[in-house]
Design a protein around this ligand. Sequence first.
Ligand SMILES: Cc1cc2nc3c(=O)[nH]c(=O)nc-3n(C[C@H](O)[C@H](O)[C@H](O)COP(=O)(O)OP(=O)(O)OC[C@H]3O[C@@H](n4cnc5c(N)ncnc54)[C@H](O)[C@@H]3O)c2cc1C
Length: 426
Amino acid sequence: MLRCYVSLTAPAARRFTRGFSAVSTPVSTDSRIDSQVAANLMQIGIRRIFDHEHDMYRELCRRFYTQEVVPYHQKWEEEGQVDRKLWNKAGKEGMLCVTVPEQYGGANLDALYAAVHWEEQSYSGSSGPGFMLHSEIVAPYIVHFGTEEQKQKWLPGMCTGDIITAIAMTEPNVGSDLANMQTSAVKKGDEYIINGSKTYITNGYLSDMVIVCAKTDPSKGAKGISLFLVDTKTKGFNKGRKLKKMGMKAQDTCELFFEDMVVHKSCLLGEENKGFIYLMTELPQERILVGDQALASAEACFELTRTFVSERKAFGSTISALQTVKHTMASLKTEICVARNFADRCIELLKDNKLDNQSASMAKYWLTDLQSKVADACVQLHGGAGYMLEYPVARHFIDGRVSRIYGGSNEIMKELISRSIFEKKK
Ligand SMILES: Cc1cc2nc3c(=O)[nH]c(=O)nc-3n(C[C@H](O)[C@H](O)[C@H](O)COP(=O)(O)OP(=O)(O)OC[C@H]3O[C@@H](n4cnc5c(N)ncnc54)[C@H](O)[C@@H]3O)c2cc1C
């Protein structure tokens, strides 16, 4: 039995360890190396924040993406969504909602496991599955603010992949300025009547349950927002079209419309009018998730490019022999590895429940900007091949672009960071 699974109940441990067969040689915590001295930035067994059990989970995730996702991704891009069965496959492998407590079907593991999964998704270059939004953004809201009844109702199905979830904050006229959202929830007896619309909702088309953000007190701005756990089969809940995007084409991003949608008061998450506080509490996790996925994408781009320039010939030798190419690669590696240090520190803080808003905002803004810069340079180093979708670096380039926009745009991140610089210390 693996060391860290000793505390799990037998079914949870079985569920989680299924598929762990060809495990790499254990690397003790003392002898782990940093990524800058590793042979490959995506190497398993490096980085001091992880231990051998995390490596084993990484192997599981890597195998899953290589075998179950990458070969089908292009087909899903054409269809605008992944196959629903993929969600159950991931659930069966114990890859959904790993941090959810065991009594609700999760594995109660630390946030480092979540990070391993989101990095492996980025390394594989497959942006389709909306697992991370479901497992590491939606599930924590229910774990932290849900009633026992809500936890029992939604979490077990979320862990198996039978229930797919989304969170709906953005509206056609309101994104960054969330406090101004227009969707309303009017209380009538034991029920709320919700009207409004949302847009750009990840997992929206496949979703079975959506956390809907709505105004319960329109006179109060941010202090009038509440969150509702809404079954998408509820009368008045309408899914719009799947939106045609520049990248992330296999991810079902869609519009949602609520027309006199009646939900029972038991659907309210936490307390009425506390929604904005809940959003602010959970956003640091979303931000390091987006930031670290972006950094992992930059690491993948770097490795793809290292291979390409080492094989591509021009003027009698490989282009990796050209000084300009060598220096570009040296700069990219330096920036990635410096960023990796800060990102790993933030992931560690997340694991210890100490990640603050300022650090998470810095990570999100810096790492996503870096991803764009690295992906752009790597496309350039691939020449014409870099513009061809059959080369994964092209996908990293287009899929990664959104990371500077969603999860709070990078301009909003700077706004948040600046507040912490100038706020009066008590
Ligand atoms: C692929 C994708 C998936 C998404 N998934 C979800 C999801 O699952 N759920 C969800 O609720 N939302 C989702 N979103 C929405 C996303 O979070 C918003 O697009 C984002 O917050 C920006 O809001 P906006 O598009 O309304 O832009 P706006 O808020 O209109 O901003 C437009 C521009 O103005 C800038 N700006 C705005 N305010 C300021 C300011 N105060 N200072 C400086 N600059 C400012 C912005 O940075 C941006 O550059 C998704 C978006 C995309 C593209």
